[in-house]
Design a protein around this ligand. Structure first.
Ligand code: F6P
Length: 543
């Protein structure tokens, strides 16, 4: 595929960026009363306001032209058809199949994967209902009161984020815990609060080789073995979810407690599969189906909506504009909703593990930037932590604000205050406060003209910092499913334009290999003389 930067459209975008570099968003709003109407729309019950970006209609026309140039609609169809677009692993990429209705058909290697998906959902449903109803008993005949999901990365972040985001829908009969870090503190602090008679462990691992997960699974099994009065029944407390079921059985999980999924489900795209078992137990199968339905609604929108009203495409193109033409190195996601506290962490893996790549699909080094650093935390807390940098720092920091119109917890006027803060931050980032406004304000406060002029530079806020605002009626299983699918597809759009493989993650293998090699050194069974001086020196500090 042609290097995207050599296309006429890319070069027109570069010129356009130079020509509009000093354009102020506040002026654009003053010049066009219809700006908000032009740059807002709804898809799958999500409302997107992208008018506070450093764009004009010409910018969007050129970006949409770029999407046409990479034949984005064909690329979407290829993914939906089950083509093996994950070229380095020769795999299809079919998280959309996990939420497709039963009557659809997608063939992979001659098999209709939709049928398999719905068979798997029925199996999961059986376990979910038994656990939630109390029919599933522990070794002493008691009901399950605590579920511990043991997994990391995509086998943790999705389940944890969704379960927390949907707290209002979580059963009050069972508590949910998520253990991921190999630091024993994580499982220690979890186990010390639990009763082995009523605790169920879900060992979630696509490969079933991940060091952290196996270490924690071993600790959990040993805890059960020590505590269980009936050793033969600890199988009742262990479930596995994996694309390698044979490895789970080898570990000692009873075959009927192993819930498989498929290689064509990427780890960071897997919460919709059996990896979402903890979610389904928490919120019930009906709500889990709503989560899937919300994602499917966004899938259909992504496939069918014209480019100009296609939310993942618009958000992906804005990401390209900010990264490759405004030279932004980070992207903040600020959900103004405490239940969405884990969303930025989830999106870090989704976007940075997908698009943190340096070579194109043909293996050639890139001469342009790819994925920015994704970060964020729930508003309003960030306003008292890092907003100073956004307001008066030396970088442009694109922000996605996410706000639910309705709260699950109406107390006093606090949801209105949350709204006021969310909108004010987006407004302040756009319009800032110029020197003239600062001086006038300071003099109104009684400072002399000279005092005001001296202090002003320290109080000027340049503004012109881009942001999107997504308004969701209410965070429900369905709207949350649509929101997550929106970001999955936005990530896909950016990856296509960058011509990278968004679905492998070879970069994480080296660290895993080196960690394994250092174990004998740290156990004092191997000399460090072949290691670099720093690693050798640090090991010698530790043993
Ligand atoms: O970080 C590397 C990675 O392979 C992720 O892609 C994945 O989500 C995580 O580790 C856990 O992998 P597994 O589900 O196979 O244990």
């Amino acid at each position: 595929m042609q290097n995207i930067t050599t296309t006429a459209t890319w070069q027109q975008l570069q010129q356009h960026a130079e020509q509009t570099n000093n354009q102020q968003m506040r002026d654009l709003f003053e010049q066009d009363a219809k700006r908000f109407d032009k740059f807002t729309f709804t898809a799958a019950d999500l409302f997107l306001d992208y008018s506070k970006n450093r764009i004009t209609e010409d910018t969007m026309q050129l970006l949409l032209q770029l999407a046409e140039e990479v034949a984005i609609k064909d690329k979407i169809q290829q993914m939906y058809n089950g083509e093996k677009i994950n070229t380095t692993e020769n795999r299809a990429v079919l998280h959309i199949a996990l939420r497709a209705p039963k009557d659809k058909a997608i063939m992979v290697d001659g098999v209709n994967v939709i049928e398999e998906v719905h068979t798997a959902l029925a199996n999961i449903s059986d376990a979910v209902n038994k656990i939630r109803s109390g029919e599933w008993k522990g070794f002493s005949g008691k009901e399950i009161t605590d579920v511990v999901n043991i997994g990391i990365g995509g086998s943790d972040l999705g389940p944890h984020m969704i379960t927390e985001a949907l707290t209002p829908y979580v059963t009050d009969k069972i508590d949910f815990h998520f253990v991921s870090n190999v630091d024993a503190t994580h499982i220690y602090e979890t186990l010390k609060t639990l009763n082995p008679e009523t605790t169920l462990f879900i060992i979630a691992s696509k490969t079933f080789t991940t060091q952290e997960t196996l270490a924690n699974a071993l600790a959990a099994r040993e805890w059960l073995e020590q505590k269980a009065t009936n050793k033969n029944a600890i199988g009742q407390h262990l479930i596995a979810v994996s694309a390698k079921p044979e490895r789970a059985i080898e570990f000692g999980i009873h075959a009927e407690h192993v819930y498989p999924f498929w290689d064509w489900v990427g780890g960071r795209y897997s919460l919709w599969s059996a990896i979402g078992l903890s979610i389904a137990i928490a919120i019930g199968m009906e709500h889990f189906q709503e989560l899937l339905a919300g994602a499917h609604m966004m899938d259909e929108h992504f496939k069918n909506a014209p480019l100009k009203e296609n939310m993942p495409i618009i958000m992906g193109l804005l990401g390209i504009w900010n990264t490759n033409f405004l030279n932004c190195k980070t992207q903040a996601v600020l959900p103004y909703d405490q239940y969405l506290e884990l969303l930025p962490k989830y999106l870090q893996q989704l976007e940075m593990e997908s698009n943190g790549k340096r070579v194109n699909k043909e293996g050639e080094p890139l001469n342009y930037s790819t994925c920015p650093v994704i970060w964020g935390s729930p508003g309003t807390n960030g306003q008292h932590a890092f907003h100073e940098l956004i307001m008066q720092g030396t970088q442009i920091i694109p922000v996605d604000f996410i706000f639910p119109k309705q709260t699950h917890n109406p107390i006093g006027n606090q949801h209105m205050l949350l709204a006021a803060n969310c909108l004010a931050q987006s407004q302040a980032m756009m319009q800032g406060k110029n020197e003239q406004e600062v001086i006038a304000e300071l003099m109104e406060q009684g400072l002399s003209a000279q005092e005001a002029k001296t202090l002003a530079p320290h109080k000027v806020i340049p503004g012109n910092n881009p942001s999107n605002t997504i308004i969701i009626e209410k965070i429900t299983p369905k709207t949350l499913g649509s929101l997550i699918a929106l970001y999955e597809h936005k990530t896909f759009v950016e990856g296509i334009i960058w011509n990278i493989n968004s679905f492998d993650q070879w970069g994480v293998e080296l660290g895993k290999q080196l960690a394994k090699k250092l174990i004998p050194n740290l156990e004092g069974e191997a000399t460090t003389n072949k290691l670099d001086a720093s690693t050798a020196g640090l090991i010698n500090k530790l043993i």
